[in-house]
Design a protein around this ligand. Structure first.
Ligand SMILES: Cc1cc2nc3c(=O)[nH]c(=O)nc-3n(C[C@H](O)[C@H](O)[C@H](O)COP(=O)(O)OP(=O)(O)OC[C@H]3O[C@@H](n4cnc5c(N)ncnc54)[C@H](O)[C@@H]3O)c2cc1C
Ligand code: FES
Ligand code: FES
Length: 483
C-alpha cells in the first residue's frame, strides 16, 4: 500500500446538525487532539467542561449518535478521552443542541424543577448522561438511572435532586425534537460513511490511519509495525492528556463494523475485538453472568460505551477487570496478520507486565468464550475503594467443578492485582484438587496463596492487605458455592 496513493484526507462529522470537515494538513488540530479540547476551542460549545481530563468526573460528557445496524444509536461518552480523529461519521451532541431560552428540553426542565444544580460546573455533563438514558431507555428503573449517572461527579448539589430530575424527565419514551430528524441524520451519516477508502490524517508530528476493512487494517499493520492500535482510546488517550506524550503513529480500529459483531454457535460465543464493553456486558448477561457482573462495575457507563474488549485485553494491565474472569472461562483469542489467523488461550497470551505474545504485525480480531460445562461454577470479584469508576486493588475470576463424589474435579483461581500480570494461583489450585470442597480444606489451601504470589505495596494497598484480600476472596467464593 503506497502512502502516496492514500488520499491525505479529512474527517467529516456532524456537530449538532452542522456538518464539519477537518483537514488536518491545514488545521491547527491534531488527530489526537481530544474531542474535549476541540469543543472547548469553539466559541459556542463552552458547556463542555474539563474537570479531570482522564474520564473520572463526567464534566466533559457529550452524546454520540451513530449508525448501528439500521438505526441511530445514542451513547454518552467522556469527550476528554476520545481523539478528534475517531469522531468521523458520528453526530456529536452537547447541551447547546438540547434547547435554548424558553424551549428547554424535558431534561433541562426537570433539572430546573428539581433544583438539580448549584455552581453548575457538572450540570451539562449530568444533563448529557441523562440524555443518553432518555434516548435509550423508555422506562428506566432507579438502577438504570444510577448506571447512567455512574460517571458523573457533583461536589455541591448532592445526588438526590439529580436522580429525581432524571426520573422526572424520562417519561416521554425518548420522544423529543431529535426524534423527527433521526431519518435525515441517519442518511447524512450513511453518506459520510459510504466512502470506504482509508483515511490518512497527516500532520507534521502525527500520522493517523482510519481503515474501514479488516484487510486494509492488516495491510496497514504489516507496513507500520510500530503503529499503536487505538480501540476506544480510554487507555491511550491518557498518555496524551496526562503524560503529554505525542503519539506519532496510530491505526484506529474504531470504524471497522466487521470487528463489532457478536455471534454464537452451539459451543462458543464470539465477540468482535471492537465491541464496546457495554455491548459485551449486555450480550453476555444470560450466557456468562460472571463476566456480566464484573462489567457492571467496570469504570462507568460512558467509559464502557467507548472502551473495547480488545483494548482491555491488549493493555495487559495487571488489574484489568476482564482478564481474570475471561481466563477462568477458558476464553481464547483469534489473532490475525496479513498471512492468516492463529488462536491462543488468553491465559497464554499475557506473558508479563503489559506484555503479550502479539507480534508487531498482528491484531486481536475476536474473543471466543466457550459455553461452560453445566457443573462449572463461575464467579468474578472486584475489590476497589468505590463501586463505580474505580480501578481494582485486587480482582479475581474463579471456576469450580465438583464431581458426583463431592470432590473438586477442576478449579481455576485467577487473580489480578497480585503480580505483575493476571495469573492463576496454581499451587493453591493443586492443593484443592480431588479434595472435598469444605471450609477446612479451603482454609488449609489459603496458605498456598503466599507461595503463589508476592504482591507489591502501592498507593492502593499494602502487600499484606493484598494477600489478605486474595485469601478472603477465596473464602467468600467457598461460602457462596458451598454444598
Ligand atoms: C475513567 C476510567 C476508568 C477505567 N476503569 C477501568 C475498570 O474499571 N477496569 C479496567 O480493567 N480498566 C479500566 N479502565 C482502563 C480502560 O478503560 C480499559 O483498559 C479499556 O478496556 C481499554 O479499552 P480501549 O478500547 O479504550 O483501549 P485503547 O486505549 O484504545 O487501547 C488499549 C491497548 O490495547 C491495544 N489494543 C486495542 N485494540 C487492540 C486489538 N484489536 N488488538 C491488539 N491490541 C489492541 C492498544 O494498542 C493499546 O495498547 C479505565 C479507564 C478510565 C480512563
Ligand atoms: S474531564 Fe473529567 S471525565 Fe472528562
Ligand atoms: S452543581 Fe457544582 S459541581 Fe455539581
Amino acid at each position: 500500500m503506497n502512502h502516496e496513493i492514500l488520499k491525505t484526507s479529512e474527517i467529516r462529522f456532524l456537530l449538532g446538525e452542522q456538518e464539519v470537515n477537518i483537514d488536518f494538513s491545514v488545521s491547527n488540530y491534531k488527530p489526537t487532539t481530544t474531542l474535549l479540547q476541540y469543543l472547548r476551542s469553539l466559541p459556542d460549545r463552552k458547556s463542555v467542561k474539563e474537570g479531570c481530563a482522564e474520564g473520572d468526573c463526567g464534566a466533559c460528557t457529550v452524546v454520540f449518535a451513530e449508525i448501528k445496524g439500521n438505526a441511530l444509536k445514542y451513547k454518552a461518552v467522556n469527550s476528554c478521552i476520545v481523539f478528534l480523529a475517531s469522531v468521523h461519521g458520528k453526530q456529536i451532541l452537547t447541551v447547546e443542541d438540547l434547547g435554548k431560552g424558553k424551549h428547554l428540553h424535558p431534561i433541562q426542565e426537570a433539572m430546573v424543577e428539581e433544583d438539580a444544580g448549584q455552581c453548575g460546573f457538572c450540570t451539562p455533563g449530568f444533563t448529557m448522561s441523562i440524555f443518553g438514558l432518555y434516548k435509550n431507555n423508555n422506562e428506566p428503573e432507579k438502577s438504570d438511572i444510577e448506571t447512567a449517572l455512574s460517571g458523573n461527579l457533583c461536589r455541591c448539589t448532592g445526588y438526590r435532586p439529580i436522580l429525581d430530575a432524571a426520573e422526572r424527565a424520562c417519561i416521554y419514551k425518548g420522544m423529543d425534537k431529535f426524534t423527527g430528524k433521526e431519518h435525515q441524520i441517519f442518511q447524512q451519516l450513511t453518506e459520510i460513511k459510504s466512502n470506504k477508502e482509508i483515511l490518512f490524517l497527516k500532520t507534521e508530528q502525527n500520522q493517523y490511519y482510519l481503515p474501514f476493512s479488516l484487510s486494509d487494517l492488516l495491510h496497514l499493520k504489516k507496513e507500520n509495525p510500530h503503529a499503536l492500535l487505538a480501540g476506544g482510546t480510554s487507555d491511550i488517550a491518557l498518555r496524551v492528556t496526562k503524560k503529554k506524550e505525542n503519539l506519532p503513529l496510530i491505526i484506529d480500529i474504531s470504524q471497522l463494523d466487521e470487528l463489532k459483531t457478536i455471534s454464537k454457535n452451539d459451543n462458543i460465543m464470539f465477540f468482535g475485538a471492537g465491541c464496546s464493553l457495554e455491548d459485551v456486558r449486555i450480550a453476555c448477561e444470560k450466557e456468562f453472568p460472571s463476566l456480566f457482573s464484573i462489567l457492571s462495575v467496570f469504570g462507568s457507563l460512558p467509559v464502557r460505551n467507548n472502551a473495547t474488549i480488545s483494548g482491555n485485553i491488549g493493555s495487559a494491565s495487571p488489574i484489568s477487570d476482564t482478564l481474570p474472569v475471561l481466563m477462568a472461562l477458558d476464553a481464547s483469542l483469534e489473532i490475525q496478520n496479513i498471512h492468516g489467523k492463529r488462536e491462543q488461550k488468553i491465559e497464554d497470551f499475557i506473558v508479563g507486565y503489559r506484555k503479550t505474545t502479539l507480534s508487531s504485525d498482528e491484531i486481536i480480531t475476536r474473543i471466543k468464550i466457550p459455553f461452560q460445562d453445566k457443573n462449572n461454577i463461575l464467579k468474578s470479584y472486584k475489590v476497589s475503594k468505590r463501586r463505580d469508576l474505580d480501578i481494582s486493588t485486587v480482582n479475581a475470576g474463579f471456576m469450580l467443578n465438583i464431581n458426583n463424589r463431592g470432590l473438586v474435579e477442576s478449579i481455576k483461581l485467577v487473580y489480578g492485582g497480585m503480580a505483575a500480570f493476571t495469573k492463576r494461583a496454581t499451587q493453591t489450585e493443586k492443593s484443592l484438587l480431588n479434595k472435598e470442597w469444605c471450609r477446612e480444606n479451603v482454609e488449609n489451601a489459603l496458605k498456598n496463596i503466599q507461595n503463589d504470589f508476592s504482591p507489591i505495596s502501592d498507593a492502593r494497598a499494602g502487600a499484606e492487605a493484598r494477600q489478605l484480600l486474595a485469601e478472603n476472596l477465596l473464602l467468600k467464593f467457598w461460602n457462596e458455592t458451598r454444598i
